[in-house]
Design a protein around this ligand. Structure first.
Ligand code: 6PG
Length: 249
């Protein structure tokens, strides 16, 4: 696991470079790039960079775009992760429309989760008990240590099976749609983007406290199978122990 501590502008540029490297590596090896994108505010500058300066560096026509999680709202809703990713990235780059796999936040959550798991099974041509292996899963982290829509204390955050779920999140008073821990853990690469002083306490818990992903779901990254890169700005890194192995400034 690598923790890159960078000024924010450099952080997004490095994230875009790693994204492009992962995409081209996947297409060379397997003819396509499967990526699950994260929601929230943090990744927006990255999506804009990918849509503009890096647009020609990525084989968008060979890319399958999925989502790590979604709010249970229609795509036109201001809270929709799909809506945010469409406006900042998909509206601009030429991912073939059938390759954009949206979680349908506008329908019954359990139905939407079942439907999404089936869509993933079909695209990955999975056997019944197989877990999909994404080339890249992009994640953020909340101030409570959640990632995707795996929230502390949620039974889904501790789940050891399934592909997509629709947990009820008491603190939000709403359901969410999310990829499950086994899918996140199996990705060839995880990239977690964390910025802002408000994330400093959670990031220290995630990286340095005792491993307990049910209580701190972003800790899942610490035991993931593939390459794990945390890209954090100096504000978010403010409470990290100095000179830890794997930390690069
Ligand atoms: C979401 C995200 C979620 C996000 C964190 C951080 O749907 O909100 O997938 O996991 O990454 O909540 O959100 P910010 O980037 O807005 O701080």
């Amino acid at each position: 696991m690598d923790v890159l501590i960078l000024p924010r502008v450099q952080l997004y540029r490095r994230a875009a470079e790693l994204f492009a490297e992962a995409a081209n590596r996947a297409v060379r090896a397997r003819g396509r790039f499967t990526v699950a994108l994260s929601g929230g505010k943090t990744p927006v500058p990255l999506y804009r960079l990918l849509a503009e300066e890096f647009a020609d560096a990525i084989p968008w026509d060979r890319t399958e775009v999925f989502f790590g999680d979604e709010r249970c709202v229609p795509p036109s809703h201001p809270d929709s992760n799909f809506g945010m990713v469409y406006e900042s990235l998909l509206r601009v780059v030429n991912v073939p429309p059938p390759n954009v796999h949206r979680m349908r936040g506008e329908i019954d959550p359990e139905t939407a989760a079942r439907e999404y798991a089936l869509e993933i099974r079909q695209v990955f041509a999975l056997e019944p008990d197989q877990v999909p292996q994404f080339d890249l899963i992009l994640l953020g982290m909340g101030e409570d240590g959640h990632t995707a829509s795996l929230f502390p204390g949620s039974q889904i955050a501790a789940a050891a099976s399934g592909i997509a779920a629709a947990p009820y999140v008491p603190k939000l008073g709403a359901h969410r749609l999310t990829l499950t821990p086994p899918v996140i853990a199996r990705a060839r690469m995880l990239m977690l983007l964390v910025t802002g002083r408000e994330k400093a306490d959670a990031l220290k818990r995630v990286l340095e406290d005792q491993y307990d992903p049910a209580r701190c779901p972003a800790q899942l990254a610490r035991t993931a199978e593939g390459k794990v890169v945390f890209l954090v700005d100096e504000d978010a890194a403010a409470h990290l122990s100095p000179a830890q192995p794997g930390y690069t400034t």
